[in-house]
Design a protein around this ligand. Structure first.
Ligand code: ZN
Length: 410
């Protein structure tokens, strides 16, 4: 099956719509402009013959591909997100297609001196001979996750045209605000009506993910005591310095920049500090819930020691739960990964199951009652100007989707 030209056309069309989400926003979706793409997608779903196409007030686009066989089969959801990361501009994206890449430098932008090659991205070497898509220097590409949208739309079009392919009912869901961690906040799992689902929001061809971090937020506040520095001896508690002391006391081997694979970390990402008051915001991450809790105890012990060291200050520490490792839910439904692995193998790839060093919409959905692992889309270097996607990888992903639909009908 070769869907590459349809996939490229769609990726280009979706990438050109700026759908950057915004962490600071208090509305949902976080940015109005995501609805522009939502409307385009809803119209396109209607045009390809999908049933029950809906765009609701939150910006969720849902639709159905009716079953082509009789008898009850599990209903399968297919999900991708419409927004792009706040970390890099998504305005005026101009995708460039580098056909049959031979292994040398890929010029993203001469003007910015942006070059993509196997030195600055060793993973690229896996895609020799493939068609590579990049942005053009000023923006991210937005293949995360417009590649996912294009894959689902293109595979859906194929399934709607070829009713001889046996499959049960399939549900499509396009969601806003994944990049700001709110993607499924108002998603009606019951109304969606799927028994299991897959997010198409991963990276290189063959990789599939059933495991995310366990994630908590951490906040430390320090109330100090401001005194004229000339008479501060034994009277002053400088909140800014105490905050710095706490951050510096956290072990260097438990930071995002010093860990990989299954190693957890605490990251202090925002510090606002003065003499009177300081606030530290951070995140705690580990695939293993027990280890996550152990790290939190370790930070509590550090803070307790600082309270003794700075008796004039008041130091408070709170943790809030963000999301949990979805593997806990997914392992209870072995067919969800079983069928996915078989679908990947049928597409001629060896599945690589790897833990995500992050979360997915699927993590939240799994705990909302919809087990949802994640499928590759063929891209890499997400959230920045070096982002790229292989059209061949996208094509494989569309094949996997079609294989999955058949598998669940068996
Ligand atoms: Zn994504």
């Amino acid at each position: 099956m070769n869907f590459k030209s349809a996939l490229y056309e769609r990726l280009e069309k979706y990438a050109k719509v700026d759908t950057q989400s915004d962490e600071a926003s208090v509305t949902f979706p976080s940015t109005e402009k995501q609805l522009v793409l939502a409307k385009i997608l809803a119209a396109e779903l209607k045009a390809i013959g999908a049933k029950g196409v809906k765009l609701d007030k939150y910006g969720y686009v849902t639709a159905e591909i009716p079953a082509t066989i009789k008898g009850r089969r599990p209903v399968i959801g297919l999900l991708a997100h419409m927004d792009t990361a706040p970390a890099a501009s998504g305005k005026g994206v101009l995708p460039q297609l580098h056909k049959a890449w031979k292994g040398g430098d890929i010029i993203i932008s001469r003007r910015h001196g942006l070059i993509l090659n196997t030195k600055n991205c060793p993973r690229l070497a896996l895609c020799k001979g493939e068609d590579i898509v990049t942005a053009s220097g000023d923006t991210l590409l937005g293949a995360d996750d417009k590649a996912g949208l294009a894959i689902i739309m293109t595979a859906a079009e194929h399934l709607l045209k070829h009713k001889e392919i046996p499959h049960g009912t399939l549900k499509i869901g396009f969601t806003p605000d994944e990049e700001v961690g709110q993607g499924v906040k108002y998603f009606g799992v019951k109304a969606f009506g799927a028994d299991y689902a897959y997010t198409f929001d991963g990276d290189l061809a063959g990789s599939i993910e059933e495991e995310t971090f366990n994630a908590d937020g951490v906040k430390i506040t320090v109330s100090g005591r401001s005194v004229h520095p000339g008479s501060a001896k034994n009277e002053m508690a400088n909140a800014a310095r105490i905050a710095a002391d706490i951050v510096a006391s956290w072990p260097e081997n438990l930071l995002p920049e010093t860990t990989s694979g299954r190693e957890g970390f605490i990251m202090f990402m925002d510090i606002a500090a003065g003499t009177e008051k300081a606030a530290i915001d951070g995140i705690v991450r580990d695939h293993d819930l027990k280890k996550l809790k152990d790290m939190e105890r370790q930070l509590e012990a550090i803070v307790a020691a600082k309270r003794l060291k700075y008796p004039l200050a008041k130091i408070e520490l709170t943790f809030t739960e963000s999301y949990r490792n979805m593997k806990e839910v997914i392992v209870k439904h072995p067919k969800v990964m079983g069928n996915l692995m078989a679908a990947v193998r049928e597409a001629g790839l060896e599945p690589r199951v790897k833990p995500v060093r992050g979360g997915t919409d699927g993590a939240r959905l799994s705990f909302m009652g919809l087990p949802t692992p994640n499928v590759f889309t063929g891209g890499y270097n997400y959230h920045g100007r070096y982002e790229w996607v292989s059209l061949d990888g996208m094509n494989k992903s569309a094949e996997v989707l079609i294989n999955l639909a058949r598998k669940w009908a068996e």
